[in-house]
Structures are given as structure tokens and as C-alpha cells.
Write a protein that binds this ligand. Structure first.
Ligand SMILES: CCC(=O)SCCNC(=O)CCNC(=O)[C@H](O)C(C)(C)COP(=O)(O)OP(=O)(O)OC[C@H]1O[C@@H](n2cnc3c(N)ncnc32)[C@H](O)[C@@H]1OP(=O)(O)O
Length: 295
């Protein structure tokens, strides 16, 4: 059985663990995994970084309902690396091409790598990429049109927020495939809808429509359907959270993220560190000079 090496967590002077980088597993593992995934081509993952500071990531394999081929998994990792280095970035919208979100991993590839060793490699690779996606210093939203199935449902949980069109559905179909989520989707789902909610969605493989998703906190809102309409509405919605200078928006995401992921003392230390990057910064000094009132 393939045993992946977890990224070693170092300890500070107080003996408390602290996170090194944003990855989960050691990148030394990736050469072998990348070689395997490159054998399953098709589709693409496209990234457009806009002047507004909002980027749009498109899962593009419409002939297969935007299923993830091996090369798309590789491209997703590359796109996440690009976004990690985007200094002007503030927000990210993840959506699918052709009016549907994503139908999970490409079943043709899945059939070809159905042995446990290869499955484990793919699982680690996608866990790592989606964890890095969630940890981007950008406020991210998954825009779900059509269906988000299996790994597609897991991808929605790797964003800070989810928006759905009225007729769209999110479904963790893994049980019907004799599986559990392996791209980190179960761990993230528990943090979004609680352990009881996650257990229900996974164990019943429930089809979650936009109304139910909003009721249980899986979705943060409904946007209208139509060519280009949903994307424009999602950008408008995200604009409320990304208005302002990039260093401040990125700092907000970082403190929220550390509060979500770290034990309290560790999160407080991180918050202090991030606070130090904005205190006395240009946005802070300009606000002080304006003598802002918050009526
Ligand atoms: C990480 C674990 C995982 O993600 S396991 C994968 C979980 N996903 C699935 O099982 C999805 C299976 N697909 C479906 O249920 C249906 O195709 C859905 C997505 C509901 C769409 O249904 P419908 O609108 O009737 O279209 P269709 O079935 O004719 O599909 C159009 C073409 O797309 C293909 N497709 C769809 N999903 C995948 C997939 N995950 N991998 C590979 N191909 C997929 C269909 O086979 C179909 O192709 P074709 O036109 O028959 O050549």
C-alpha cells in the first residue's frame, strides 16, 4: 500500500506546532503522481485574472460534464500556484463551463487507475491542491450551475462560499460509487454544515437543491440563471467582500482562515502577525487622515 509522507510540521520555541507553507503533503511526492495523471488527458482548467482583483477559474470539459481528467488535475495545481503568487488578487470565482459545475473525476481515468495505490496518489494530490485552493489569500466562491457531483461537490467545499442557481444541485454521490470523499471534501463539509449535517448528506447521498443548501448553510445565496448572468451576479455578490485594497482583503482572509483551521493560541499568534502587516500600512494611514466615521 502506498504510504504518503505528510508534510512535517515544525515546532516553535513554545513547543507549539506551526504551519509551514500551505501544502499538506511533501512536494517530493509529486513527480511520480504527475507522471501518472498526465496519462489521462482531456479538457482544461482556465484562469483569467481580472483588473478588479477577482479571478475566474473555469473547469472546462463540457463533453464530460466538466469531469476532471488527469491533466486537468495537473492544471488545477498549476493555476493554484499562480494564484498563490498573485499580489493584486482579492477574490476568486470557481465555476464550470457550459452551464454545469463539475461531475467529479473522469470515470474513464478512474476505471484505469482503480487499484488502491494509484487511487491513493490521486487522492493525496487532489487533497493537497484543494487545501491550497481553500488557503489562498483570496475570498473564494464556487458558483454552482447545473450539477456538482462527487469530486465536483468536494470542489465546492474548497471555496469560502457557495452560490447556486435555482435549479442546480450539489450531491456527494460517493456512496453510490462505493466510495467516500477523498479530495478532503468530508473534512471540509463537516466544518461547513456540522458533523450531523455532513453525515446525512454523505450517508444518504442526498441531492441538495438550492433551497435546501441555503437552509443548511451549504449555500450562501441563489443567483439567477442565464448565459453570463450567473457569473456576473456572482462577481457582484463577491464585490461586496473584495471592495478595498488587496493587502487588507488578503489580511482579512488570512485571519479568518487561521481562526478556522488552527487551535486558538496558534490562531491568535497568526492574527497578531497579520495585524502587523496592515497596522500603519497605507490603507490604515489614509483612513486615519480621513478621520473616518462609521455611521
Ligand atoms: C472523487 C470521486 C468522484 O468524483 S467519482 C465520479 C462521480 N461522478 C459521477 O459518477 C458522474 C456520473 N455521471 C452522471 O451521473 C451523469 O452523466 C450526469 C453528470 C448526471 C449528467 O447526466 P446527463 O445530463 O444525462 O448527461 P450524460 O450522462 O449523457 O453525460 C454527458 C456525457 O458526459 C459524460 N460524463 C458525465 N460525467 C462523467 C464523468 N464523471 N466522467 C466521465 N464522463 C462523464 C457521460 O458519459 C456522457 O458522455 P457520452 O455523451 O455518453 O460520451
Amino acid at each position: 500500500m502506498f504510504s504518503g509522507r505528510l508534510l512535517r510540521i515544525s515546532h516553535n520555541a513554545l513547543g507549539k506546532p506551526h504551519h509551514r507553507g500551505m501544502a499538506v503533503y511533501s512536494s517530493e511526492l509529486w513527480d511520480e503522481i504527475r507522471g501518472k495523471l498526465s496519462m489521462f488527458p482531456g479538457g482544461s482548467v482556465n484562469l483569467v485574472k481580472q483588473e478588479s482583483g477577482i479571478a475566474v477559474l473555469t473547469v472546462n470539459n463540457p463533453d464530460r460534464m466538466n469531469a476532471f481528467s488527469g491533466t486537468m488535475m495537473l492544471e488545477l495545481q498549476d493555476r493554484v500556484s499562480q494564484l498563490e503568487n498573485w499580489k493584486e488578487g482579492k477574490g476568486l470565482i470557481v465555476h464550470g463551463a457550459g452551464g454545469t459545475f463539475c461531475s467529479g473525476s473522469d470515470l474513464n481515468a478512474v476505471r484505469a487507475i482503480s487499484n488502491p495505490q494509484d487511487g491513493m496518489k490521486m487522492c493525496m494530490f487532489m487533497q493537497d491542491t484543494l487545501t491550497r485552493l481553500l488557503r489562498l489569500p483570496l475570498i473564494s466562491v464556487a458558483l454552482v450551475e447545473g450539477r456538482a457531483l462527487g469530486g465536483g461537490a468536494e470542489l465546492t467545499t474548497a471555496c469560502d462560499f457557495r452560490l447556486m442557481t435555482p435549479s442546480s444541485e450539489i450531491q456527494f454521490v460517493h456512496k453510490h460509487m462505493g466510495l467516500v470523499p477523498g479530495w478532503g471534501g468530508a473534512a471540509r463539509l463537516v466544518r461547513i454544515v456540522g458533523s450531523q449535517g455532513a453525515l446525512k448528506l454523505l450517508a444518504a447521498a442526498l441531492k441538495v437543491d438550492s433551497a435546501l443548501a441555503e437552509r443548511i448553510g451549504l449555500s450562501d445565496g441563489v443567483v439567477a440563471t442565464g448565459a453570463g448572468t450567473a457569473l456576473a451576479e456572482a462577481e457582484h455578490w463577491l464585490g461586496d467582500f473584495t471592495r478595498g485594497p488587496a493587502p487588507v482583503i488578503q489580511a482579512i482572509k488570512k485571519v479568518a482562515l487561521s481562526g478556522r483551521e488552527r487551535p486558538l493560541e496558534d490562531a491568535l499568534r497568526k492574527e497578531k502577525e497579520v495585524f502587523g502587516t496592515v497596522w500603519g500600512g497605507s490603507a490604515n494611514l489614509e483612513a486615519l487622515a480621513r478621520k473616518s466615521k462609521h455611521k
